[in-house]
Design a protein around this ligand. Sequence first.
Ligand code: FE2
Length: 339
Amino acid sequence: MQDRILVVDDEEGICDILARRLTAEGYSCTTAHNGKEALHYFYKDTYSLIISDIKMPEMTGIELLQKVRAIAPKMKMIMVTAYPDIDLAVNAMRLGAYDFIIKPANFDLIVMSVKKALENKRLEDEIDAYHNRMEELVEERTAKLQQAYRTLKKAHLDSVKVLAEAIDAKDPYTRGHSDRVKRMSLAIAKQMGYSEERLENLEYGALLHDIGKIGIKDEVLQKQGPLNNEEYQYIQEHPLIGVKIIEGVEFFKDKIPMIRHHHEHYDGNGYPDGLEGEAIPLEARIISLPDAFDAMTSARPHRNIMSLQDVLAELERFKGKQFDPKVLEVFLREEIYKL
Ligand SMILES: [Fe+2]
C-alpha cells in the first residue's frame, strides 16, 4: 500500500518541491501551510508520516507535534527548520519527533530520513501485530486452561461426594447426612464471613468428616438398639481412623483438623483430644453442630424422632457445653436448620 505523507511548510515553494520529490519516490503527498491546516488533514485522513516546518503562523510545528502525538503516539514526524537551535532540537526530539533537519533543506537527506522512518514504522507495526497475536493466543490458552481447571475441580468434588455417599451408605439411617452437614456448615460459615477459599476447604471437610466410619464394623454402625460401652468407645475411634485414611493425600492435609475434631465439645468433654473452646478449630466447631442436629432429627431404630421444637430446645441446653455459643447463635438466628 502506498504510504501517505503530510508535508507542512508555510513557504509554498519548499512545500511543493518536497511534495513533488516525494511523489517521484512513490509516496502520496498532501500539503498544508500551517499547523492548523495540517491538523485538519491529520484528523480527516490517515498518514504514515508528517514532515513539518517549525516556524509557521497560526500554529507552530512544535504545537502540531504535541497535538498529533497526543492522539497518535506512534506517528512519525520529521521536523525541519531554518532556525537551528539546540534547545529546539532537543525539545522536538523529547516530544517524540523522529528526526530534526536544518534548512536549506537537502532533499536527499529528507528522502533518506523518510525511508528510514517508514521502515521503522513498518517494523513497529509488525511487532505490534505480533504482540497482539501473542496476547490473543495467551487469552485463548488461558480460557482453555481455566475451563479444564473448572472441569477437573468439579470432577474432583464429584468424586468426593460419591465417597461421602458411600460413607453414609454404611449406615442406612444416615442417607444424605454428609450432604446436609455440608450445606448447613457452609451456610453458617457464610454468615460468619468466610472467604471463598475457606468455604471450599470447609466443603471438603464437611463432606468427609465421617470418612473414618469406613473403618468401623457394619454390625456396630448398624446395630439395632443402644450401644454398650465397648461399642461406644469403638465408634469413637472414627475421627482418628479418618485422619489415618486421608493423611497421605496432600490435597486433604488441611482438612485433617476438621475430621479429627468434629466430635470435640466446647467445654472440653468431647473426643478424641478433649480440646476446649477456641482451641477446637472453628471449622470443626461449625461442622459439629449440623452433625449433631442431623443425627437428632434422623430416624433411628431405637429412638423416636424428636420434634423440631424439642431438638432446638436440646441444642440450646448444650450451648457452651457441646456447642460453640457463637456458632449456635448463627444457626438459630438464620434458621439454618430449615435448609
Ligand atoms: Fe462423626
